[in-house]
Design a protein around this ligand. Structure first.
Ligand SMILES: *Cc1c(COP(=O)(O)O)cnc(C)c1O
Length: 367
């Protein structure tokens, strides 16, 4: 916490706005618009809620298709199932681990011949690094399909000088407890499309019509952010830049100390600047140590680390879904290789230098 969170929470208490509306909610939306560089924002109870509303806005319903990044957290694609639609998963490219333009083009060609054009494409900015939008957006545009940018992990990251969250027709952020800044739980949708934000705002407050009595013509949701949580968000947003700075130095320290080792950190594209949310390593292909060995080695010292997201096409839940690989069919896909060789290292902004040295040493003794 920065310290200012309590000030904003206190204001909410003093004015007695302990509700899913109030000054903090309005201000947090304004401050996010200004920071990201978008016209409109809607504060919600989660990032997942944001993706759900965006899908609904693009008319996704039963039997429809939605393309989505394969290497991601389930929050990206669970909302496709809420709408009884079919996810189609798109592999990563090796440069940024984000959606592969090659796999995306393959999926669109398939969709065209099979008459399964998607209603939307969800592109994730993984582990705080932007996808390659100059490659991806023209493909989506060619087929006339809107893009939902899942920037849940990428607040503060940039691509060619523009912030993540400006590339989707609608974009979402998450303020869940594990993200770079948190409201304890929450999310936000941002867009330059005023109509879209207006409609999603309506759905997020139980679709209550503008009448004196409670009038409802459409299904709605209880998805708004509370004024208390928004107060935390305002305090957190103030320290985002310094947090990115700290996380960058944590990443660079891992990167330097693992240099010339059978371990590599996530590649950083020169087209943008990540927010360094997590430092993620992969074990080089010809090396015999497994991710399980590294995780156990750290666990023995009570240090928590996790495997990279398990690709969605490998999940039981999505086993019936179509999937398009970056590679030819003889080769394993990129997302699977990253899952099998990747580990998210301790990356918290309170990680001490000595603690980081311990982690590095524990891994180095394995080879
Ligand atoms: C965290 C996350 C979400 C979901 O956000 P919540 O606020 O937890 O609902 C969606 N997509 C990605 C990539 C995430 O990391």
């Amino acid at each position: 916490m920065s310290g200012n969170e309590m000030k904003y929470i206190q204001e909410a208490f003093d004015t007695n706005w302990i509700a899913p509306l109030g000054t903090n909610v309005d201000k947090f939306e304004e401050e996010m618009c200004e920071y990201v560089g978008v016209d409109h924002a809607l504060a919600l109870s989660s990032g997942t809620a944001g993706i759900h509303l965006a899908l609904k806005y693009y008319g996704v319903g039963p039997g429809d298709y939605v393309f989505c990044s394969d290497l991601t957290f389930a929050g990206s694609c669970n909302p496709i199932l809420y709408q009884y639609a079919n996810p189609v998963f798109i592999d990563s490219e090796p440069e940024t681990w984000n959606m592969s333009p090659i796999a995306l083009e393959k999926a669109f060609e398939w969709a065209k011949t099979e008459n399964k054009m998607p209603k939307a494409v969800i592109i994730v900015d993984l582990y705080g690094q932007s996808a390659d939008y100059d490659q991806l957006l023209p493909i989506c545009k060619k087929y006339g399909v809107p893009v939902i940018e899942d920037a849940a992990e990428a607040l503060g990251a940039t691509y060619k000088g523009k912030k993540c969250g400006t590339f989707g027709d609608i974009s979402i952020f998450s303020f869940n407890g594990n993200k770079i800044i948190t409201t304890s739980g929450g999310g936000m949708v941002v867009s330059n499309d005023e109509e879209a934000i207006k409609k999603m705002r309506f759905w997020s407050t139980q679709s209550r019509e503008a009448t004196r009595h409670y009038e409802h013509k459409e299904v709605g949701y209880n998805y708004r952010m509370s004024n208390i949580c928004a107060g935390i968000g305002r305090g957190q947003l103030e320290l985002l830049e310094s947090r990115i700075f700290t996380k960058k130095s944590i990443f660079e320290n891992y990167n330097n100390k693992f240099e010339n080792n059978p371990i590599e950190l996530m590649p950083i594209s020169d087209k943008g600047t990540p927010n360094y949310w997590l430092s993620v390593l992969t074990i080089k292909s010809d090396y015999p140590v497994t991710t399980e060995q590294i995780l156990l080695q750290l666990e023995k010292e009570n240090i928590e680390a996790r495997p990279v997201w398990k690709p969605m096409h490998m999940q039981n839940l999505f086993e019936e879904c179509s999937f398009f690989s970056h590679n030819n069919n003889e080769l394993p896909c990129v997302s699977q290789i990253l899952f099998e060789t990747g580990i998210c290292l301790p990356s918290g902004s309170t990680l001490k230098g000595t603690e980081q040295d311990t982690i590095i040493q524990l891994i180095k003794v394995l080879y």
